[in-house]
Design a protein around this ligand. Structure first.
Ligand SMILES: Cc1ncc(COP(=O)(O)O)c(C=O)c1O
Length: 416
């Protein structure tokens, strides 16, 4: 595994920061009921409102002249602890701030709004974007006169040409992508968007800051569904946005006014999950490589998609953009396309260990049929153009022993 101490400014390695960042441990004792205490992990602050010693202090806190908490929709100590940890992991050099939201979609909405998309502005969006993000752009931002054009963002030549032709306000990409696991050359795309004055927004949910740091590569705004790898245990819904000036001020204001702030309990669980991100990701990447390689040799499988494989179209880009090749694998069953849905359903129903569920990034291995889940809203023609066939299965590889996962897949393949 590559050494994650990657920038001159960073004092501690990623693994160390993942455990300690954001835990603003006090050096003076707090006292409750006559006993002093010193919590080593930030408590869950369930209070909706925060009082101060006098109203003058409240006045200064509300006016932004003095740092302090006042109202939980603005922020909350448990949420800030998680946000600080994310900011350190995404942007160790400093300068960017993290904002936690109640879901990945709330985070994406805030990121798009912070890019000041208004009437007559154009957004260039990756064709392979998560379906709800694409629909958010077309339906919700479309109502306000924003035009979204979908492009193949894994071809930087296409990105450059479209940016020159359409002069977009923002470019939205996803890397690693769902479900074919394409990897964008984020650094090269950032150079092009920057020279054109457009904001580059990267949904880095599948990669996490452990595998890729888009801000270091020149992106302006990073978005995660923290529901996935960051929290990692399939037990909360959360999102984060990380950005520096000028977007951070807009994000703070949008969150305050729209109110999609993460709750303290979810923030605490997300922060706890984050501490094991490197351990989980190492195991998930290792398992995914092993599973991808084993499935490539299976007679009932026609094709396997994983950036570690020699025939993956972005293998070379992955080598310089990602620290490792990620924990998702997708594969096509070797069946006629006309019978493919039934075969895919028979396979999924025959799984005994892998969990049938439309999410990813959990400690459990999850399996899903993209054509009827993440890509359900698309027409069959558009799905076909994107390569999302009826025979395609997506696996989000967990931290189990890989032999048990391979064994389960092999026995379920007997059912197709
Ligand atoms: C890549 C990606 N981005 C954003 C989201 C939305 O996240 P959430 O479900 O936390 O709102 C998802 C959800 O699956 C996703 O896969």
């Amino acid at each position: 595994m590559t050494d994650h101490l990657r920038t001159g400014e960073q004092k501690r390695r990623f693994e160390t920061e993942a455990v300690h960042a954001g835990e603003g441990r006090s050096t003076t004792d707090a006292v409750a009921n006559g006993k002093s205490y010193y919590p080593i992990s930030t408590p869950i602050y369930a209070s909706t409102t925060f009082s101060h010693p006098d109203i003058e202090t409240t006045d200064r806190v509300l006016g932004g002249e003095q740092p302090g908490f006042s109202y939980a929709r603005y922020d909350n100590p448990s949420v800030v602890a998680f946000e600080q940890a994310i900011a350190v992991l995404e942007n160790p050099a400093g300068g960017a701030r993290a904002f936690a939201f109640a879901s990945g979609m709330a985070a994406m909405h805030a990121a798009l709004a912070a890019a000041e998309l208004g009437p007559d502005t154009t957004v260039l969006a990756a064709e392979q974007l998560y379906g709800s993000t694409a629909t958010l752009l077309v339906q919700i931002f479309g109502m306000n006169g924003v035009e979204t054009r979908f492009i193949d963002c894994y071809d930087t030549g296409v990105v450059g040409k479209k940016i020159r032709d359409l002069k977009p306000r923002a470019v939205v990409i996803e890397s690693i992508s769902n479900p074919l696991l394409r990897v964008a050359d984020v650094g090269r795309i950032a150079e092009i968007t920057r020279s054109a004055g457009a904001a580059l927004i990267v949904d880095s949910t599948f990669a996490t800051p452990y595998l890729q740091r888009p801000l270091d590569l020149g992106a302006d705004i990073v978005v995660h569904s923290a529901t996935k790898y960051l929290a990692g245990h399939g037990d909360i819904t959360a999102g984060v946005v990380v950005a520096g000036p000028p977007y951070d001020a807009a994000l703070e204001q949008i969150r305050k006014l729209v109110g999609g702030t993460l709750g303290p309990f979810e923030a605490w669980l997300a922060h706890r999950g984050l501490k094991t991100l490197p351990l989980r990701m190492n195991r998930q990447c290792e398992n995914a490589r092993e599973i991808a390689s084993r499935l490539s040799e299976h007679p009932k499988i026609a094709r396997v998609n994983h950036p570690s494989l020699a025939d993956h179209p972005d293998r070379e880009v992955a080598g310089y953009v990602l620290q490792d090749t990620g924990g998702l694998v997708s594969f096509e069953l070797d069946v006629e396309e006309a019978n493919a849905r039934q075969a895919a359903f028979r396979f999924l129903n025959a799984l005994e260990l892998c969990v049938r569920a439309p999410s990813l990034g959990d400690v459990y291995t999850l399996a899903i049929h993209p054509a009827t889940s993440s890509h359900r809203e698309l027409s069959p023609g558009r799905r076909g153009r994107l390569g999302v066939r009826e025979s395609l299965i997506r696996l989000s590889v967990g931290i189990e022993h890989p032999e048990d996962v391979v064994g389960d897949i092999e026995q379920a393949l007997e059912a197709i």
